[in-house]
Design a protein around this ligand. Structure first.
Ligand code: F6R
Length: 609
């Protein structure tokens, strides 16, 4: 979604704002803008397109301003034009506002403000905020912000500055993230931590309804009722270098290569060594209750949902508990049959996805305890869930999720094995054997990464395809879904995943000479059946790229190309099988000249429904 930054202190604000925006550009890149207070004037510069467009327009201008706010936009209301870019200003040019989220009642507010004589210059929902500030201002920006917020319905993270009170930033959040960075004689504001890290690791993570007042020498935070609150200091435990490309051409490739370490860190963080009371440590789920739950719901969006589908397979298989995996935006409206004997698991890399957060709240409203699997400590989802399993993938910047997905898979395996051990649906020996498989995954992931040459060649050979199909059965189908999402989102090649057995019920009509079909066949028990499906598409002259485990040579006789992953228990194969598919998507996108880290129309963290 959109990214917000703010600075007040003794240094020049413009370069700090631009650098902060560059670190948040993964949140949206339809337009960018800044507003600063300079020599008694409110200076606004904004431009449609990526941040580079604004930077080149600024042409090295650093100005004298010491206070300012900035924004990088992912358009919701109004096209990505200069006029719709943030910051927005009021009629007299005294206030400037940036916003992330959606003001649901903006049309009625706009009409009301119009009747009071306010003139609008954009099509955005955001612009009502700045006119409301202007309308309510009686010599106190903080008080005007409180009056403004009272009028709003929707989600927002907002930052405002005013010519009438220079040296101050006022910010507020509701269902959209906002973090204050605490410096020495200077303070910062941002939608996400990477923008703060070059300056400070000391932060306040604002909660819903909180309003922050920043000056160079102090930060005050108030609750909805206007009472000052003592915020706990959150010291970030990773550094700016982790949010850099470190020599890789793209964040996505760097993050693909970070998977062995991410898997290792997550496993070491949560694996209980003695195994006597399950395999999961550090998540205080009550054992007696875990023995009694009769249903699990897993809900998430996009890639995280695909991890949830793997979770469904493995929990049902190992712990014999019925599991439903739901897309979060569907879950909350379908009146799921949840009660206190249900466990709801929400999965979200960012911990801020609006649909997933809404699903979490719906589950809690229905009385079910919620376990969040998230990569961001202090995120909304982490704070609102009853239990948190923090994946330790480190910051994920590329829009296409990779290392977060494989660590989410690991979380699913740990949960499944934990439940299986506690409910005695598996023998301790079997649990121990699968735990050893998990322990071997980082090394095997490394081996898959070392062996990426074939994928690179395939990407070059097939990058001109207009459509690519992914097929598989069981867990392979779950991975096929993720492989096809990766490919379409960054290469813009039409890609579809099908349960291999389902092809013949319609989609086979689309298979013709030369259409690439990526066929996953890592599941030994389903191998013969998948082989038949591969033969079906070969009979229609498709070009088959098969993916299987070492030792399964039979595919070489049927498929045009075979990618091998190291031999593992088929249950854990998704962690390895997805890596060549991530690389295939990456290499194809590069070969097609696409902007890998910032694919069109997308944003990293989707904080609107
Ligand atoms: C795809 C991708 C998205 C996210 C989805 C959920 O590569 O990244 O599909 O998985 O938007 O995001 P989180 O996990 O942050 O809730």
């Amino acid at each position: 979604m959109c990214g917000i930054v703010g600075y007040c202190g003794p240094r020049r604000a413009v370069p700090i704002l631009i650098e902060g925006l560059a670190r948040l550009e993964y949140r949206g890149y339809d337009s960018a803008g800044i507003a600063v207070l300079e020599n008694g004037a409110l200076v606004v510069r904004k431009k449609a397109g990526k941040l580079a467009g604004l930077a080149s327009e600024l042409n090295g201008y650093n100005g004298e301003a010491r206070v300012g706010i900035g924004h990088t936009r992912w358009a919701t209301h109004g096209c990505p034009t200069d006029a719709n870019a943030h910051p927005h200003t009021d009629c007299r040019g005294q206030f400037a506002v940036v916003h992330n989220g959606i003001i649901e009642n903006y049309l009625e507010l706009r009409e009301w403000l119009g009747s009071k004589g306010h003139r609008f210059s954009s099509e955005t929902d955001t612009e009502v905020l700045v006119h409301l500030l202007e309308h309510f201002y009686r010599g106190d920006l903080l008080a005007a912000m409180y009056r403004t917020v009272e009028c709003l319905r929707g989600s927002y993270a907002v930052a405002a500055i005013s010519l009438l009170e220079p040296g101050k930033i006022v910010a507020v959040r509701q269902d959209s993230p906002l973090v204050v960075g605490l410096g020495k004689g200077e303070n910062f504001l941002a939608s996400d931590i990477p923008a703060l890290l070059p300056h400070t690791r000391d932060t306040y993570i604002l909660a819903d309804g909180e309003v922050a007042l920043l000056t160079p020498h102090e930060v005050k935070v108030f609750n909805r009722r206007g009472e000052e609150v003592r915020k706990p200091l959150y010291r970030v435990d990773w550094d700016a270098a982790q949010a850099e490309k470190n020599g890789f051409p793209h964040f996505m490739l760097k993050e693909i290569h970070e998977q062995p370490r991410a898997l290792r860190n997550t496993l070491h963080g949560y694996l209980a060594k003695d195994g006597a009371r399950g395999v999961l440590k550090g998540v205080p789920l009550e054992e007696s209750w875990l023995r009694e739950i009769d249903k699990i719901f897993i809900t998430a969006c996009g890639t995280a949902y695909h991890a949830g589908i793997v979770g469904k397979y493995v929990i049902e298989r190992l712990a014999r508990i019925p599991v439903e995996a739901d897309i979060a935006s569907e879950f909350r409206y379908r009146q799921p049959l949840i009660d206190r004997r249900s466990l709801v698991v929400v999965i979200s890399q960012s911990g801020e996805t609006a649909d997933t957060l809404a699903a979490l709240r719906e589950a809690k409203r229905l009385g079910a305890p919620v376990l969040a699997v998230t990569n961001v400590r202090g995120s909304s989802i982490a704070r609102e869930a009853d239990f948190v399993l923090l994946t330790m993938a480190g910051p994920e910047i590329a829009v296409a999720s990779t290392k977060a997905y494989t660590t989410q898979l690991l979380a699913m395996y740990l949960l499944a094995l934990h439940l299986a051990a506690l409910r005695e649906t598996m023998s301790p020996e079997e649990v121990g054997r699968l735990v050893r498989e998990l322990e071997g995954l980082d090394g095997r992931a490394e081996a898959v990464l070392q062996n990426g040459h074939l994928v690179e060649k395939l990407a070059r050979d097939y990058c001109a395809a207009s459509s690519i199909f992914f097929i598989g059965r069981g867990l392979d189908y779950a991975v096929a879904l993720e492989g096809s999402l990766k490919l379409k989102e960054i290469s813009y090649i039409h890609a579809e995943a099908y349960a291999a057995g389902e092809l013949k019920h319609g989609t086979l009509a689309l298979i013709e000479k030369g259409v690439p079909v990526v066929a996953l066949a890592t599941q030994k028990s389903l191998f013969e059946k998948t082989l038949s499906n591969i033969k079906e598409v070969k009979a229609r002259e498709a070009t088959v790229i098969a993916l299987t485990m070492e030792g399964q040579r039979e595919l070489e006789k049927v498929a045009d190309h075979v990618i091998y992953i190291p031999e593992v228990d088929p249950l854990v194969a998704p962690v390895l099988a997805v890596i060549p598919l991530q690389l295939l998507a990456y290499q194809m996108a590069v070969a097609r000249g696409c902007d890998v880290d910032q694919p069109r129309n997308l944003a990293k963290s989707v904080t609107v429904e």
